[in-house]
Design a protein around this ligand. Structure first.
Ligand code: SF4
Length: 416
């Protein structure tokens, strides 16, 4: 959006206080995300009552009228119309003042992958390149398919061109999507290969130093993909596979497409091929009807697996989803307790994972923050000495830091 707007004559300003137009790109994945958006709109309007606020993204797609009534909101633009924002603003220049104009269409009618090219990584050392959007699954708790539409992929040529351009400036590129493992499986648009095939082409045809894959559904971690990840030092050893629940009965009610034995099989394969990989999962607590016994199944399953970290989410009702209509909603204090228990378990697993790597060589990318780097297996590293950003180097950690590992200080070794 930023590059499209700069191309049509707009310029960024330092703060919302100086802006003529403020654009908020929103999330609606949880009720908390919705609250954040509404609070932000009110804050922006308080700080700059003259600013015209444009709200876009997933919340705009889901509930445009709700947002259009907030103070200072001039436009609400759904994901269906996101790429037309420069035109909407251009047409508005000459128009009279108008409040709460809604541009939202049927997201399921969207067949094309629409995304502006990423010109640079902004202030990041590791730009995120979206190569897939939408999802064809129907997980009963999830609002995402309703706001992102059906799965669609960037073409191989688009991805290769983008990676080639970004690889000249950044050592690590993160490939992302709503359901990344479905890349290349759009109905009626066969590319002739799937995600693993695309990655092979990126390795062959671009100078990218490191590719990292963001979240991939467990059953899309095929043997082919895992073997490719294990075989190339240019692919980060990082497997993020959403679990959501470690109870088959909950997975069934969620309409997830695997059972825990399938999930465990994929994790075991990943671990066997990549002993030092960061393996992480999203887990949800408090899904409607989740009994104490089902929660304990989840806890026990996670305890047995070699996870490096967990992202724990508390279920929140998303209007329009089947789970929100269930009468067996779990009381909030119970959801919070289960969340706390899994977070504690995740922290313990994470500390064990980090401890297992002490003294071992780790390949890291140095970040644009003093003494900071990120290892290929996703551990924040505190460097012993300053290094320029965007370098791939090898470090030997010898201590745990609060959330990561600390590089061995050669001076300390000499002194010792
Ligand atoms: S696979 Fe992910 S994005 Fe798709 S419906 Fe399920 S939870 Fe939502």
């Amino acid at each position: 959006m930023a590059s499209a707007l700069e191309g049509s004559g707009h310029a960024p300003v330092e703060s919302t206080g100086n802006a003529d137009i403020v654009i908020l790109n929103t999330c609606t994945v949880t009720a908390a995300a919705d609250d954040d958006v509404r609070q932000t709109v009110r804050r922006v309007h308080r700080e700059n009552p003259n600013a015209n606020i444009l709200i876009t993204g997933c919340y705009a797609q889901r509930a445009p009228a709700e947002l259009a009534s907030l103070p200072g909101v001039r436009w609400v633009v759904g994901n269906s119309h996101k790429t037309t924002i420069p035109d909407i603003l251009h047409d508005a220049n000459a128009s009279v003042d108008f409040h709460g104009e809604i541009h939202v269409g049927d997201i399921f009618a969207q067949q094309e992958f629409l995304s502006a090219p990423v010109e640079d990584g902004g202030d990041r050392s590791r730009p995120n390149l979206k190569i897939q959007d939408g999802c064809n699954n129907i997980c009963t708790f999830c609002i995402i398919p309703h706001v992102r539409g059906r799965s669609r992929s960037a073409t191989p040529e688009q991805v290769i061109d983008q990676v080639r351009a970004l690889a000249g400036r950044y050592p690590e590129i993160v490939l992302s999507g709503i359901n990344l493992g479905r890349w290349g499986r759009d109905a009626g648009r066969p590319f002739g290969f799937r995600l693993a095939g695309l990655i092979r082409r990126l390795l062959d045809e671009t100078p990218v130093q490191r590719l990292r894959l963001s979240s991939i559904e467990p059953m899309d971690f095929s043997d082919d993909l895992l073997e490719l990840m294990a075989s190339s030092p240019r692919i980060a050893k990082h497997v993020h596979a959403p679990l959501q629940s470690g109870s088959d009965s909950v997975l069934k009610r969620m309409k997830r497409r695997y059972r825990i034995r399938h999930y465990a099989d994929r994790l075991a394969r990943a671990r066997a091929l990549m002993p030092k990989a960061a393996i992480g999962a999203d887990v949800m607590v408090g899904f409607p009807g989740e009994t104490e016994a089902e929660f304990e199944e989840t806890y026990g399953f996670i305890e047995q697996q070699s996870f490096a970290y967990l992202h724990v989410f508390t279920y929140s009702e998303r209007p329009g989803t089947p789970a929100a209509a269930e009468r067996t909603q779990i009381p909030i204090p119970v959801r919070k307790r289960r969340n706390r228990l899994l977070r504690e378990l995740g922290a313990r697993k994470n500390a064990e994972f980090r401890s297992s790597l002490l003294g071992q060589p780790l390949s890291v990318v140095t970040l644009d923050r003093p003494l900071s780097a990120l290892s290929d297996n996703f551990i924040p590293i505190e460097l012993a000495t300053p290094r320029p950003p965007n370098q791939v180097v090898t470090v030997y950690p010898d201590a745990l830091s609060e959330k990561g590992l600390r590089e061995r200080n050669p001076l300390r070794v000499l002194a010792g």
